[in-house]
Design a protein around this ligand. Sequence first.
Ligand SMILES: C[S@@+](CC[C@H](N)C(=O)[O-])C[C@H]1O[C@@H](n2cnc3c(N)ncnc32)[C@H](O)[C@@H]1O
Length: 302
Amino acid sequence: MAIILHKSEERSLRQKAYITPELTPGEFNYICRRAYKYCGLDIRPGKEGLVRNRLAKLMRQLGIDSFREYCSYLEKDADGKALSSMVDCLTTNHTGFFREEQHFRFLTSAILPVIEDRQQIDIWSAACSTGEEPYSLAFALLEYFHERVKKVPCIRILATDISNRALTTAQKAVYSLHKFSNMPQAIVHKYMLRGSGASQGLLCVKPAVRELVQFRRLNLMESFEEVGEFPLILCRNAMIYFNEETQEKLIANFHQRLEAGGYFFVGHSESLNRITQPMKYVCPAIYRRSGELSSRTHRGHN
Ligand SMILES: C[S@@+](CC[C@H](N)C(=O)[O-])C[C@H]1O[C@@H](n2cnc3c(N)ncnc32)[C@H](O)[C@@H]1O
């Protein structure tokens, strides 16, 4: 008797039968070397299982059956797409609106009062992932000026990440409703548009907010002197991917991009205690370049 399977059943059977390919120490080392060279990703021994499982999913989509074949696919990667999708699998884009809220409180209580009279305010969200962080900055700035009935200056938020996939989501600016569960409804109402029909349950950032944020692909391992200078740079929850040597170089570069007295935010589970770096500690996850921030407009970002 012939058994007829639906397409979806067939697919699920195929997936169940899929055995995660073996990863040899040589292949693991090759993948680690490529990831480190490409974006500073520091994968330590002991992470073989994680690498194997995460990449197995990607290999399945690519129709690649063994890590030997996958390594040669990486070797032939002419346009960087293979490396980029590999790093997308090995890192996380986890983020959220007003994540680590203390930073937003510090911004509105300690930084904005000093620079509120500037004609232009520039902030850099480095490693912005899918956009929730830079849009939260935009909401916080707009709310600050509206509450004080002050003229809103020109706001320019530079938002960068290495992941094209994350940046595409960020630029679309469409998020599901549950992402806003801990945001005041008044703010959601003010800055988001509700989807209807096929977009039911989705919210889109209003164009007037979207235009304050400029997204750009930027690999933090490459030079970023041309981005300009900022009173505030955020590089939150990305530092964990880098070893101490890479962190030291990166912090020295960020330090160069801060105005005198400018602030630098890292994630709350990250600390710069263990490395030699030029910034001053302010409070947990907040550092500062020496000097005083000017109340006048600075040159800003390019
Ligand atoms: C966990 S997310 C952090 C998002 C956001 N900053 C936050 O704290 O909610 C980490 C981000 O770092 C990015 N990333 C990792 N290595 C990078 C690199 N070398 N250059 C730029 N971005 C990088 C990843 O693509 C990812 O989107």
